[in-house]
Write a protein that binds this ligand. Structure first.
Ligand code: NAI
Ligand code: MG
Length: 500
C-alpha cells in the first residue's frame, strides 16, 4: 500500500480524543470503580487512540440503579409522549450537528471508510431517531367486545394498554457502533423505558460521545446510561442483572445464546439479533455486469462485517462463470486502505482478533479443497487489512459455507434448478436474510416462501429501512427490530376487563 492521503481530523474529534473517557451513569461521568481501563485501537494502524473504563459487575449495578431511579422518577415517568418525541428529535439534531465528528470517531475506532461512516452510519442514525420519535405518540392498545360465557349475566368492556417494559439492558457489537446504539436507545425511549447500554470493547468511543449528546438534548439523567467494558465482565453482569426487565442484544449467535439463558433465569424479556450466512441467489436471466456488482457489494460492504452480508453466492450454472468472472474483477479492483483515505473502498477489519479469525477461515477453505479466485489469507504488516476474497469449489458441508466469517470472504457455488437452490439456501443454521436476483416474477414469487429468512431482498441486497421489521429465523435470532414490531419488543401488554 502507498502512503495514503488522509483526511485531516476535525478539531472536535481531536478534542474528543484528548479528553479522558468516562462512563455515563445517571448524571455522572465515572471511571470504573476498580480504576481499570481498556484500550481502543485504530484498526488502520493498530495504534492505541484512547483508553476508557473497564466496568465490572459493581459498575453495572450502579448503572442499573440509575436507570431504575429514572424509570420510577417523576421527570421521565410523567413525561408525555410528545415530550419524549421532542427529546428524541433534539437528540437527532445533536447527532446531525456533530455528524462529521461522529463519523471520524467511527472511522478511527472501527476502521470503516469515512464516507460510509458519514453517509450510512451517522445519517441512518439521524433518520432512525426521527423515524422513531414519531412513534412516541402513536403507541396504542385496542378496545375489544368480549364474549364472556353466558352464565355470567353481566356486561363487560375490555381494552389493552401498552406499557413500557421498564429498564432495558442493551449489548451491542462493533460493526456499526453508533447506529446500533441508536437502534437500541431510540425505541427504548420512545416507549418510555430507560436503558443501560454496553458497547463493544473494540468500539466504545461513539457511544460515549453519543452519551454527551443525550445530555445536551436535555434527556433526563439516568434515562440513558453507558457502561463500557468486556463482554464476559460488564456484558455478562448486565445480561444476568435482576434489575433489568429486558435485554436486547446484537452480536454472535454463540454469545446470544449465553445471554438468552442468563436472561431466562430472571424471566427478563429478550430479543436477539444474531449472525447470518445469507445466500445471494442469481437466476440465468440476470444482467451479468450489474449482478456481479451487486454480489460484490452484498459481501464486501463494511469489509463483510455485516450480519446480513451476502456471504454465499449461488448462480445458475448457465451464467455462473460469467458472473463469477465479474465478481472477481470487482474484488481485484477494490481499493483496500485506511478509512481516512478518501480513495479507500474497503477499510481494515475491526481488530487483530477478527483478522486472525477471518484469515483462519480462508486457510480452512483452501484446506477443505476450495480455490481462491481473488484475495488471500495474507494480511498487511501494519493495520488489520485483508483483500476481498472469493472462493469456489466447496461442498455444502464445508466450514466456509456453514459458518459466519464476518469478513470480506465470498463463497460461490453454481446451481441448476429451483428445488436445489431452495434446499441449498436453507442448509445452514442461520436464517437472517437472502436475496434473489431475477426479473422472472413467478420464479421469484415461488422461491420467496421457501426461503427461511427474516428478510428477502429482490434484485438488491442489504437495503434496510427504518419501517421494515428486521430480524432472524432459526439461529439468527429472536424478535424483529425496526418498524411497528420494535414497539412490541419494548412494551408489555396489559389486558383490562371491566364489568359494567
Ligand atoms: P460478540 O458476540 O462476542 O460481541 C458482541 C457484544 O457482546 C460485545 O459488546 C461483547 O462485549 C458482548 N459479549 C461478549 N461476550 C459476552 C458475554 N458472555 N455476556 C454478555 N455480553 C458479551 O462478538 P465478537 O466476539 O466480537 O465477534 C465474533 C464473531 O461474532 C464475529 O466474527 C461474527 O461472526 C459474530 N458477530 C456478529 C455480529 C452481528 O451483527 N450479527 C456482530 C458482531 C460479531
Ligand atoms: Mg467476543
Amino acid at each position: 500500500m502507498n502512503a495514503p492521503a488522509e483526511t485531516p481530523l476535525s478539531e472536535a474529534t481531536v478534542r474528543f480524543l484528548a479528553q479522558p473517557k468516562k462512563m455515563l451513569i445517571g448524571a455522572e461521568w465515572r471511571d470504573a470503580l476498580s480504576g481499570r481501563t481498556l484500550e481502543s485501537r485504530n484498526p488502520a494502524t493498530g495504534d492505541v487512540i484512547a483508553t476508557f473504563p473497564a466496568a465490572a459487575a459493581a459498575d453495572v449495578d450502579l448503572a442499573v440503579q440509575a436507570a431504575r431511579a429514572a424509570f420510577s422518577g417523576k421527570e421521565w415517568g410523567k413525561a408525555r409522549p410528545i415530550d419524549r418525541e421532542r427529546w428524541l428529535l433534539r437528540l437527532a439534531d445533536r447527532v446531525e450537528a456533530n455528524a462529521q465528528e461522529l463519523a471520524e470517531i467511527e472511522t478511527l475506532d472501527n476502521g470503516k471508510p469515512l464516507m460510509f461512516a458519514r453517509r450510512v452510519d451517522v445519517q441512518q442514525a439521524v433518520d432512525f431517531l426521527r423515524y422513531v420519535a414519531g412513534w412516541c405518540t402513536k403507541i396504542e392498545g385496542s378496545t375489544l367486545t368480549p364474549s364472556v360465557p353466558a352464565l355470567r349475566k353481566n356486561e363487560y368492556f375490555a381494552y389493552t394498554l401498552r406499557e413500557p417494559v421498564g429498564v432495558v439492558g442493551a449489548i451491542i457489537p462493533w460493526n456499526f457502533p453508533l447506529l446500533i446504539a441508536v437502534w437500541k436507545i431510540a425505541p427504548a425511549l420512545a416507549t418510555g423505558c430507560t436503558i443501560v447500554l454496553k458497547p463493544a470493547e473494540e468500539t466504545s468511543l461513539a457511544a460515549l460521545r453519543l452519551a454527551e449528546l443525550v445530555l445536551e438534548a436535555g434527556i433526563p439523567a439516568g434515562v440513558v446510561n453507558v457502561v463500557t467494558g468486556l463482554g464476559h465482565e460488564a456484558g455478562a453482569a448486565l445480561a444476568a442483572h435482576r434489575g433489568i426487565d429486558k435485554v436486547t442484544f446484537t452480536g454472535s449467535t454463540e454469545v446470544g445464546k449465553r445471554i438468552g439463558k442468563a436472561a431466562m433465569d430472571n424471566m427478563t424479556r429478550v430479543s436477539l439479533e444474531l449472525g447470518g450466512k445469507s445466500p445471494v441467489i442469481m437466476f440465468d436471466d440476470v444482467d451479468v455486469k450489474s449482478a456481479a456488482a451487486g454480489a460484490a457489494n452484498a459481501i464486501f460492504f463494511n469489509s463483510g462485517q455485516v450480519c446480513a452480508a451476502g456471504s454465499r453466492l449461488y448462480v445458475h450454472k448457465r451464467v455462473f462463470d460469467q458472473v463469477l468472472e465479474g465478481v472477481v474483477a470487482v474484488a481485484n479492483k477494490m481499493r483496500v486502505g485506511p478509512g481516512l483515505d478518501p480513495g479507500s473502498q474497503i477499510g481494515p477489519l475491526v481488530s487483530a482478533k477478527q483478522l486472525q479469525r477471518v484469515t483462519g477461515y480462508i486457510r480452512k477453505g483452501v484446506e477443505e479443497g476450495g480455490s481462491l479466485l481473488a484475495g488471500s489469507a495474507e494480511s498487511a504488516d501494519k493495520g488489520y487489512f485483508i483483500k476481498p476474497t472469493v472462493v469456489t469449489g466447496l461442498g455444502e458441508q464445508a466450514t466456509l459455507i456453514q459458518e459466519e466469517i464476518f469478513g470480506p470472504v465470498l463463497v460461490a457455488t453454481p446451481f441448476d434448478d429451483i428445488d436445489e437452490i431452495a434446499a441449498a439456501a436453507n442448509a445452514t443454521p442461520y436464517g437472517l436474510a437472502a436475496s434473489i436476483w431475477s426479473n422472472d416474477l413467478s420464479r421469484v414469487h415461488r422461491l420467496i416462501p421457501r426461503i427461511q429468512a427474516g428478510t428477502v431482498w429482490v434484485n438488491c441486497h442489504g437495503v434496510l429501512d427504518n419501517a421494515m421489521p428486521f430480524g432472524g429465523y432459526k439461529q439468527s435470532g429472536i424478535g424483529r427490530e425496526m418498524g411497528r414490531s420494535m414497539i412490541d419488543l419494548f412494551t408489555e401488554t396489559k389486558s383490562v376487563m371491566m364489568q359494567l
